[in-house]
Design a protein around this ligand. Structure first.
Ligand code: GLN
Length: 492
């Protein structure tokens, strides 16, 4: 019974290591897991697996709704919250035969980069072999619990969410693979919204194949999510990719965005970036320097938009509609309802974001912040569209235009995949993160990941190098996850 043994091994691993790692918030009952494992085992033995991930053990970030264990977003507000329904991504895992082991720890509502802002306490990065006594390091955030669980082999893979880098950054810090799919590829139904125009459900695994298999299982149109990509659009994207690859049989062209070569990049990151490019060039991939001049505005744009949307999304947590109501609520003296509950149950970082967002959306600031940020976002997307040979099938006109000979010739010189580092540095020590004086110090960590989020394009962090792995980020045109997997494979 290999699947049953796999589940037993994971549960034993969780018992031994979760006390230290703090990767899980809630587990599904062991008997249920073992029963599901026995069923999966049966299917696999009789050569009738439901999918490539049948019997795989998958952890799910705690802002993705499951109907049998709480969904807490690592917030005191939702500590006891049980969703009456299940997220589509989780249902798709179930129907593919995967075994959902439990929910993973995170930054409250997905806001953070180190998984330290959790009502369950901070996540720690699994120490690489031989470094068990070294100071604790950051697992990255906000999907730090998912990354730590995968890296420590407490499960085969995990779902995370990536709004501005929350799958890619933890993947890089923990030395594993992390994919943020194109916006709309994977249904967001049942994912508690942080910033709905940026939120995506992502995948973490120890190898490229694992990511690909889980992604294929959860990706697909869902009528419950109004931003889910329709089957027609998915087909058009596939056709456009086939057309481009068909006419351009040579190895994928790799772009290096010069603006990502920041002075803050630390030496191991810079060295690995150079080494990766040399390796790809040896494999015959043309390496093309390209420019994305608006990159420098991406971080501020992201923090205005994400906070604005968050301030609106989080207004439903008032202790009446959603969340626990504080015994202090309804203060007869000040005649306030909600405020005492929100004050006691939201963490500091979440309250900071709500304030920031409420301000950006106020009549006085809207034109200068929110509206400008929306404009910058559009320009950033346009810059990506200009460097990729493949058309953006979401925004560009009909496919016939792509067949226009002149355009095709021009597209031939453009690139398929961009390569940048995922993070500025290796995983920092938690002690140093906690000693940071300003929350802005943490925001800076997202500088390399937010542009892809604003543009809605797919991005994947790939662990590269010998010894302690360094996260390299691959980016491709909207809908072209295939190109990411191809380059990730070349780097294996
Ligand atoms: N660190 C970023 C933030 O705090 C990204 C979070 C995310 O992708 N969920 O907003």
């Amino acid at each position: 019974m290999p699947v049953v043994r796999g589940v037993e091994r994971c549960l034993a691993g969780i018992r031994t290591h979760n006390g230290f790692l703090n990767a899980f918030t809630n587990l599904r009952p062991a008997e249920t897991l073992l029963k599901e494992a026995a069923e999966a085992n049966q299917r696999i033995l009789s050569n009738q697996p439901l999918s490539r991930i049948d019997g795989k053990i998958i952890a799910v970030k705690d802002n993705i709704c499951t109907d049998d264990v709480p969904t807490t977003c690592a917030s005191e507000f939702l500590r006891e919250y049980r969703s009456p329904f299940q997220a589509t991504a989780v249902t798709r895992l179930n129907t593919s035969g995967a075994i959902v082991v439990g929910k993973t720890n995170m930054d409250e509502f997905g806001m953070g980069s180190h998984s330290i802002y959790s009502t369950f306490g901070m996540v720690k990065r699994p120490p690489p072999a031989g470094q068990e006594d070294a100071p604790f390091r950051s697992a990255g955030g906000s999907s730090g619990g998912s990354a730590a669980a995968v890296a420590a082999e407490l499960c085969d893979g995990a779902l995370g969410t990536d709004t501005g880098g929350s799958v890619r950054l933890p993947a890089a810090y923990c030395g594993i693979y992390g994919l943020k799919p194109s916006y709309g590829m994977v249904s967001r139904w049942g994912v508690i919204a942080y910033s709905n125009s940026l939120d995506t459900v992502g995948v973490l695994a120890r190898d490229r194949k694992g990511v690909e298999d889980i992604f294929n299982a959860i990706s697909g149109y869902d009528a419950m999510d109004p931003t889910s990509l329709s089957d027609t659009t998915r087909d058009r994207i596939k056709e456009a990719i086939a057309r481009r690859r068909g006419q351009n049989k040579s190895p994928l062209r790799i772009g290096i965005p010069l603006e990502y070569n920041l002075a803050e990049l630390t030496s191991p990151i810079l060295a690995t970036w150079k080494h990766t490019l040399t390796q790809l060039s040896r494999l015959g991939h043309p390496i093309v320097p390209i420019s994305l001049p608006m990159t420098k505005h991406a971080l501020s744009t992201y923090y205005i938009l994400a906070a604005s949307e968050a301030s609106s999304n989080l207004s439903k947590f008032d202790g009446l509609r959603f969340g626990t109501r504080s015994p202090l609520d309804w203060d007869p003296e000040t005649q306030t309802l909600f405020a005492p509950t929100r004050k006691s149950y939201f963490g500091d970082e979440v309250r900071r974001r709500i304030l920031l967002g409420t301000y950006s959306l106020s009549a006085e600031a809207m034109g200068n912040y929110f509206v400008k940020a929306q404009r910058v976002r559009r320009v950033i997307r346009g810059e990506f569209d200009a460097v990729f040979g493949l058309q953006n099938m979401l925004y560009n006109k009909a496919a016939e235009e792509a067949e226009d000979a002149e355009e095709e010739q021009e597209a031939a010189g453009k690139v398929d995949v961009l390569i940048t580092p995922t993070s500025l540095s290796m995983s920092p020590r938690l002690k140093d993160v906690l000693a940071q004086r300003s929350p802005l110090d943490s925001y800076v960590n997202d500088v390399l990941t937010v542009p892809a989020s604003l543009a809605g394009i797919p991005a994947m962090s790939v662990p590269v190098g010998v010894g302690e792995k360094v996260g390299m980020q691959l980016l491709a045109q909207f809908g072209d996850e295939e190109a990411l997997f191809e380059i990730a494979k070349a780097l294996e």
